[in-house]
Design a protein around this ligand. Structure first.
Ligand SMILES: [Zn+2]
Length: 250
């Protein structure tokens, strides 16, 4: 009997170069195949994460991102295409991912994370990649992943600066531990080179692969802080806030 997550010959061939990673093997590949990941949103950061998770053979990707492609998206949102301007972003993203890897199931949600949809979206997956550009979405995701005990890779960038951490509810600080007060000066539009966003999203994909397969040391309780202008990388240890309104008692 063939189990659902057994690999086909086509998949063994497709993933051969990563299956040869000593602590991955076919066992790790089957874990990737059985994994379901929510990515919100699939712009400069999330699009890169989605592309590499599709390449890696994650079984199901749920993409949440509202709206149509605008010309100003195209310097960074690498899953969007010029001929898709004025068409839905998630449709372009899903098409590009399926072109790369038809084995991956792609589910699209033409909406950003909101208080109304966040619980249902998180419930459908095993792991979340947070690439949302606004803090309200990040906080809504944070509350739900803590409530549902799901890991979340939190990717953030501004200009040439990048921050990355992986939240494991009950083990690491959550976003609300780190940011008691969210910035009020935040602008929806901010400086972005696609290459910088892509670095952050790609590293987010690496974190997701590690958490799903159980290899390496994810950025659990640590934050990677990268300055790509100076090309410096450092990590700082993070502390839980015992009074945190979201993860206290978890
Ligand atoms: Zn917390």
């Amino acid at each position: 009997m063939i189990r659902v997550n057994d690999l086909t010959d086509e998949e063994r061939a497709r993933y051969a170069w990563q299956i040869s990673t000593p602590d991955i093997g076919e066992t790790g590949q089957r874990k990737l195949k059985s994994a379901r990941v929510l990515i919100t949103r699939v712009g400069g950061v999330g699009g890169a994460a989605a592309y590499y998770l599709a390449a890696a053979g994650v079984g199901k990707l749920v993409l949440a991102h509202a709206g149509e492609i605008r010309p100003a998206d195209l310097n960074r949102q690498i899953l969007m295409t010029t001929d898709g301007i004025d068409q839905l972003r998630v449709d372009s993203a899903a098409r590009r991912l399926r072109e790369l890897n038809p084995n991956v199931e792609v589910q699209t949600v033409n909406n950003n994370v909101t208080a109304d949809n966040v619980a249902g979206l998180v419930k459908e997956v095993d792991l979340v990649i947070d690439a949302a550009p606004v803090f309200e979405e990040r906080l809504a995701l944070n509350t739900q992943i803590v409530r549902q005990r799901k890991p979340m890779v939190d990717c953030a960038m501004y200009d040439f600066d990048a921050q990355l951490t992986t939240i494991l509810p009950g083990k690491t600080p959550c976003l609300a531990c780190l940011f008691a007060n969210f910035p009020t000066h935040w602008k929806r539009e901010f400086p972005v080179f696609g290459a910088v966003a892509g670095v952050v999203g790609t590293m987010g994909a690496v974190e997701a692969i590690k958490v799903i397969t159980g290899i390496g040391q994810p950025l659990a309780g640590r934050m990677l802080i990268a300055n790509l202008r100076e090309m410096t990388f450092r990590t700082m240890n993070l502390q839980r806030n015992p009074q945190c309104s979201v993860c206290r008692g978890v």
